[in-house]
Design a protein around this ligand. Structure first.
Ligand SMILES: Nc1nc2c(c(=O)[nH]1)N[C@H]1C(S)=C(S)[C@@H](COP(=O)(O)OP(=O)(O)OC[C@H]3O[C@@H](n4cnc5c(N)ncnc54)[C@H](O)[C@@H]3O)O[C@H]1N2
Ligand code: MOO
Length: 418
C-alpha cells in the first residue's frame, strides 16, 4: 500500500500538480535524515584521490622551503646590480645541492632552476641576459633586486592549513599535499552502500539494467559497494535481505517494486523488517514514485524501476544523499549550462522534467543548441545513450519554442558520467 501520509508539508509552488512533492522538497527531506558517516582513515595523499577530507591538513614544510632560483642563470650580490659590474663566477649550485656560504660583492654563483640560493643573493640574472668572459659575468640586462628569486614561504608557511574538511581530493590537492610534506591525510571512511534490484521479471527476457547502471554510478572512491543481486517479489525474502543489509551499511539502494501495485512489496518489506518507509509521489518526470526510509543504521532509497526514472532519481536525489553521507561540504554538483532549444515541442505541465538531449550545434554566442535525443519514454534507454546530457524543464512549462533558453546538465560536467 502506498503511504502518502508522510507528505505533510504543503506544496509551495502553484506550478506543481496537486498532491505531488516538488523535487527540491524531496531532496531536502532526504538530506534532513542523513548525517556524514563517522570514522576516518589516515592515507598517504596518493592513496586518497577522490576521498573526502575529514580534517584540515597542515603544511609540514614552507613552500618554497628555502630561497631558490626561478631560472637558470647567475645569482648576484646587491653591489653587482649596477652597470659595468663583472663579478667572477665563484661556484655552481644545482637543484638539490646545499646553498653553501654567502655570496660576496664581486662574486656570482652559477645557479640552476630550483637551486637553493646562498645568503647575500640579491637577484638572479637569466643566462640569456649575460655575457661570460674570462670567468666573469656581465649582465646585458640588469635584473631588479629580488628578480627571479622564489622566497622561502611565499606560497605557504609551515603549519598553514592547506585544504578544508569536506573537500574531495583531486590531482591538484594531491600535488599540494605532497609538496607540503604531508605524510598522511585524514579522510572519512567510505560510505557502505548495499545495492539490489527487485522484480520477478528480471533475469528472464527482461534483463536487470538498473543494477549495473547504479553500480557504475557508485564506482567512486568514497563508496564501497555490496551487490545484493536481484530479489524476487517476495515480501519475506525482501524483508530478510533488508534486515541483513541493515547491519554494516549506511545506505540501501534499490530499484523497482515501489509504485504501489499488488506486486510492489519493497516499502512494506522494509516496515516488516522493523524499518520505517515512506512512499512519495514526486512532481518529477521521469521518476514520480520514490520511497525512502531507514532500518537500523542504514538509510534506504528505493528508486522507480523504469530505467530512465531510476537514473534521474539517482542523479537528482541519490547523488546529493551520498554526498551528505560521504561528508562532502556541498551536495550540489556543478552548475548547469545555459543552452538554446533547436526545435519546439509541447508538453503536459505539472511536473518538472529531465529530458535526454543532444547538442546538435552551437548558436552565434557559442551556446549549445539542443534537441531531445529521441522519443521520450522512461523505459527507453536508446535516447539516453545518444544524449549529451539532461535538459531541464520547469513544472509550469507547456511549450518550448525554437530559440528558448534552457537549462542543460551535461553528463560529464554535471554528473561525472563519461
Ligand atoms: N497504475 C500505475 N502504474 C504505474 C505508475 C502509477 O503511478 N500508477 N507509475 C509508473 C511509473 S512513472 C513508474 S517509474 C513505474 C515505477 O514502478 P516501480 O518502481 O514499482 O517499478 P516496477 O513496477 O517494478 O517496474 C517498472 C518497470 O521497470 C522495469 N524494471 C524494474 N527494475 C528493473 C531493472 N532492475 N532493470 C531494468 N528494468 C527494470 C520493470 O520491468 C517494469 O517494466 O511504475 C509505473 N506504473
Ligand atoms: O515517472 Mo516514471 O518514474 O518512469 O516515468
Amino acid at each position: 500500500m502506498p503511504d502518502g501520509t508522510l507528505i505533510s508539508a504543503p506544496l509551495a509552488c502553484c506550478d506543481t500538480a496537486p498532491g505531488l512533492l516538488p523535487l527540491a522538497a524531496a531532496r531536502e527531506r532526504l538530506l534532513r535524515a542523513a548525517v556524514p558517516v563517522v570514522g576516518e582513515e589516515a592515507l598517504p595523499p596518493g592513496m586518497a584521490l577522490g576521498r573526502v577530507l575529514a580534517a584540515a591538513p597542515r603544511a609540514a614544510l614552507s613552500l618554497p622551503p628555502f630561497d631558490q632560483s626561478a631560472m637558470d642563470g647567475y645569482a648576484l650580490h646587491a653591489a653587482d646590480l649596477a652597470p659595468g659590474a663583472a663579478p667572477r663566477v665563484a661556484r655552481r649550485i644545482t637543484a638539490g645541492e646545499a646553498a653553501g656560504p654567502a655570496i660576496g660583492a664581486g662574486e656570482a654563483v652559477r645557479v640552476l632552476t630550483g637551486a637553493a640560493l646562498p645568503p647575500g643573493a640579491a637577484a638572479v640574472v637569466m643566462e640569456e641576459h649575460v655575457a661570460l668572459r674570462d670567468g666573469r659575468v656581465s649582465a646585458r640586462r640588469l635584473p631588479r633586486p629580488g628578480a627571479n628569486i622564489r622566497r622561502r614561504g611565499e606560497d605557504l608557511a609551515e603549519g598553514d592549513i592547506l585544504l578544508a574538511p569536506g573537500m574531495r581530493l583531486d590531482a591538484r590537492h594531491v600535488a599540494l599535499l605532497a609538496a607540503a610534506g604531508v605524510g598522511t591525510v585524514a579522510v572519512r571512511r567510505q560510505v557502505r552502500v548495499a545495492l539490489l534490484s527487485n522484480g520477478n521479471e528480471l533475469g528472464t527476457a527482461i534483463r536487470d539494467s538498473n543494477r549495473p547502471m547504479l553500480a557504475a554510478l557508485l564506482a567512486r572512491p568514497e563508496v564501497t559497494l555490496t551487490d545484493l543481486g536481484v530479489l524476487p517479489d517476495d515480501p519475506e525474502a525482501l524483508a530478510a535481505a533488508l534486515r541483513g543489509a541493515a547491519v554494516g551499511h549506511d545506505l540501501i539502494l534499490a530499484s523497482g517494486g515501489i509504485s504501489g501495485s499488488d506486486a510492489d512489496h519493497l516499502p512494506g518489506a522494509l516496515r516488516a523488517a522493523g524499518g520505517e518507509a515512506a512512499v512519495l509521489k514526486l512532481a518529477l518526470k521521469p521518476g514520480k514514485p520514490l520511497a525512502h526510509g531507514r532500518i537500523g543504521g542504514a538509510l534506504c532509497l528505493f528508486l522507480p524501476g523504469n530505467p530512465l526514472a531510476a537514473l534521474v532519481g539517482m542523479l537528482t536525489l541519490g547523488r546529493p544523499l551520498l554526498a551528505r553521507l560521504a561528508g562532502l561540504a556541498t551536495e550540489m554538483g556543478p552548475a548547469p549550462l545555459a543552452a538554446v532549444a533547436a526545435a519546439g515541442f509541447s508538453r503536459k505541465p505539472g511536473r518538472e522534467e529531465f529530458l535526454p538531449a543532444r547538442i546538435i550545434d552551437q548558436d552565434g554566442f557559442g551556446l549549445p543548441l539542443l534537441e531531445p535525443s529521441g522519443p521520450f519514454g522512461s523505459a527507453r534507454l536508446t535516447p539516453l545513450a545518444a544524449a549529451d546530457g539532461l535538459l531541464w524543464l520547469p513544472a509550469a512549462t507547456e511549450r518550448v519554442a525554437p530559440g528558448d533558453m534552457l537549462r542543460f546538465h551535461p553528463f560529464a560536467a554535471s554528473f561525472g558520467l563519461a
